[in-house]
Design a protein around this ligand. Structure first.
Ligand code: NAD
Length: 434
C-alpha cells in the first residue's frame, strides 16, 4: 500500500485524496483550515460534489483516508505529496501564488525523508522550479526531493468520474525516476500518460483551459450574429459538432463561462504573455467577449420589460454551472448586481448553491423552489442549466408570473414551445423563429 498526502482539501484536493484512497492507497489529506478538517473528521464535507460524500465515508471507514492539519503528521512515511491549494487571480490578473508558496515552505520545514512533490494546482509556467527552490530553502537540513507537475483536468460536478477516467495524465519532470514513480501511481486510471518537462506540463494545463474558453467565446460572438441575421446558434453548434475536427463539446453559447478556473486561468495566461513582452490579442478578446455576455443579458431583460426600475427578477440557478455549489465568478453574481443597480428586486433559487450565494448576495431574496421564485416575477432568467429546470411545470410557472418573460441564458428550452405556452421567450443567439 502506497502512502501519499494531499495538501489542500478543496474541490481538487478532496476528490484527489478520496479517489487515490479508493484506488487502494493510504491517503492523508491536509488543510490549514482547521474547521474544514474538524468537519471532515466528523464526516461533514466542505463542498458539494456528486458522489463525494459516499466516497469519502467509504474510504475513511476502510482506514485508507484520514485528515489532519499537521504537515509533520501528513509527511511522516509519505512517498508522494500532492499540492492542491488554490491559485486565485491577483488584482492584476496574474495567479496569486501565496498558497502554493506557503505549502512549499511547510513541506520543506516538515519533511523528514525523501519525497516526490506533485503539483496539481494550476500554476504559472516556471512555478515548479520556484516550488523546488522554496522547499530547499525551508529545509533545516538537506533531504532529497523532486518536484513533478501533474495538472488536474477534472470538472466540478463530474469530478469523480473525470478523475477516475481522465482523457490523459500529464507528468512534467526531467527527473526520470520521479516521473516513472508518478506514472506508476496513475496507471490504474488507464489513460494515456504524457511525460514531458515541468514547464511544458504547466503550459498544457493553461493552454487546455484557454482553448475551451476560446471555443465558448467564439460561439458567443457568433450568437450575436445569429440574432442579427436570423439563425439559431444552438442548431449551428449541433451542425458544427458533427465535424470530427470540431467535436460537439464546449460549443454552448449563452451567458458565458465563470467558475474557479476559466476566468482566472485565461487572465493568468494573458498576464504571462504580457510579462514576456507579447500581446495576447486573442486571449484579451476571449475575456472581453465573455464579460460582455452578462451585459447583453441584462440589456435584453431591460428591453423586454421597458426598464428595470421596480421590476422583480428571478434568477433560476446561481452556481457557475450545474451539479456544484461553487459560486466563484458565477454569472449570477454579475447579473444580480446589474439588475439591482438598475432598480429591480432580485430573487434567486439554486438546488445546492444557496448557502454560498447568501454570503455573496446579501441584497438578493432566496426562494425554496422555482415556483415560489416565479411568484409575481416580471422576468425569470435561466442562469445555470440544472437538469431540474429542463423539466419544470412551465404552465405553473407561467401562471405564477406577473409578466411571463423568460431570458433563457443557457438555451435550455425550445423557443417555439415556450412561445406556444404564452411566454415572451428570449434566448441567447436564437434568431430563428418559426
Ligand atoms: P479550493 O479553494 O476549493 O481549495 C483549496 C484548499 O487549499 C482550501 O481548502 C484551503 O484552505 C487550502 N489551503 C490553502 N493554503 C494552504 C496551505 N498552505 N496548506 C494546506 N492547505 C491550504 O481550490 P480548488 O478549486 O480545489 O483548486 C485548487 C487548484 O486546482 C487551483 O490551482 C485550481 O486552479 C486547480 N484546479 C481546479 C479545478 C476545479 O474545478 N476546481 C480543476 C482543475 C484544476
Amino acid at each position: 500500500m502506497r502512502q501519499l498526502c494531499v495538501i489542500g482539501v478543496g474541490y481538487v484536493g478532496l476528490v484527489t485524496g478520496a479517489c487515490f484512497a479508493d484506488l487502494g492507497n493510504r491517503v492523508i489529506a491536509l488543510d490549514v483550515d482547521e474547521e474544514r478538517i474538524a468537519n471532515l473528521q466528523k464526516g461533514i464535507l466542505p463542498i458539494y460534489e456528486p458522489g463525494l460524500e459516499e466516497l469519502v465515508r467509504r474510504n475513511v471507514r476502510a482506514g485508507r483516508l484520514s485528515f489532519t492539519t499537521s504537515y509533520a503528521e501528513a509527511l511522516q512515511g509519505t512517498e508522494f505529496a500532492f499540492i492542491a491549494v488554490g491559485t486565485p487571480s491577483a488584482p492584476n490578473g496574474e495567479a496569486d501564488l501565496q498558497y502554493v508558496a506557503a505549502a512549499a515552505r511547510s513541506i520543506g520545514e516538515n519533511m523528514s525523508a525523501p519525497l516526490i512533490v506533485i503539483n496539481k494546482s494550476t500554476v504559472p509556467i516556471g512555478t515548479g522550479d520556484l516550488v523546488a527552490d522554496m522547499i530547499r530553502r525551508a529545509q533545516p537540513q538537506p533531504i532529497p526531493f523532486s518536484v513533478v507537475s501533474c495538472p488536474e483536468f477534472l470538472r466540478e460536478g463530474s469530478a469523480i468520474a473525470d478523475f477516475m477516467n481522465p482523457y490523459r495524465t500529464v507528468i512534467g519532470s526531467l527527473d526520470h525516476e520521479a516521473a516513472e514513480k508518478v506514472a506508476q501511481l496513475h496507471v490504474p486510471l488507464r489513460a494515456p500518460i504524457i511525460v514531458t518537462d515541468l514547464r511544458t506540463a504547466e503550459m498544457i494545463k493553461y493552454a487546455s483551459n484557454a482553448m475551451l474558453a476560446t471555443r465558448i467565446s467564439f460561439m458567443n460572438e457568433l450568437a450575436d450574429l445569429c440574432e442579427a441575421v436570423g439563425a439559431d446558434i444552438k442548431e449551428v453548434a449541433a451542425g458544427m459538432g458533427y465535424d470530427k475536427r470540431i467535436g460537439p463539446a464546449m460549443l454552448d453559447a449563452g451567458l458565458g463561462w465563470g467558475g474557479s478556473c476559466f476566468p482566472k486561468d485565461v487572465r493568468a495566461l494573458a498576464h504571462m504573455a504580457r510579462a514576456n513582452g507579447l500581446t495576447p490579442r486573442l486571449l484579451d478578446a476571449v475575456l472581453e467577449i465573455n464579460h460582455a455576455r452578462r451585459h447583453r443579458a441584462v440589456e435584453k431583460v431591460s428591453q423586454a420589460l421597458g426598464g428595470l426600475q421596480g421590476k422583480i427578477i428571478g434568477l433560476l440557478g446561481l452556481a457557475f454551472k450545474p451539479n456544484t455549489d461553487d459560486m466563484r465568478e458565477a454569472p449570477s453574481l454579475d447579473l444580480a448586481q446589474a439588475f439591482l443597480l438598475g432598480g429591480a428586486t432580485v430573487r434567486g433559487y439554486d438546488p445546492v448553491a444557496m448557502e454560498n450565494a447568501r454570503r455573496l448576495l446579501p441584497a438578493v431574496t432566496f426562494c425554496p423552489d422555482p415556483y415560489s421564485l416565479a411568484e409575481n416575477c416580471d422576468a425569470l432568467v435561466v442562469v445555470t442549466d440544472w437538469n431540474e429546470f429542463k423539466h419544470l411545470d412551465l404552465e405553473r410557472i407561467h401562471a405564477a408570473m406577473r409578466q411571463p418573460v423568460i431570458l433563457d441564458g443557457r438555451n435550455i428550452y425550445n423557443p417555439a414551445e415556450m412561445r406556444a405556452l404564452g411566454f415572451t421567450y428570449i434566448g441567447m443567439g436564437r434568431g430563428y423563429t418559426v
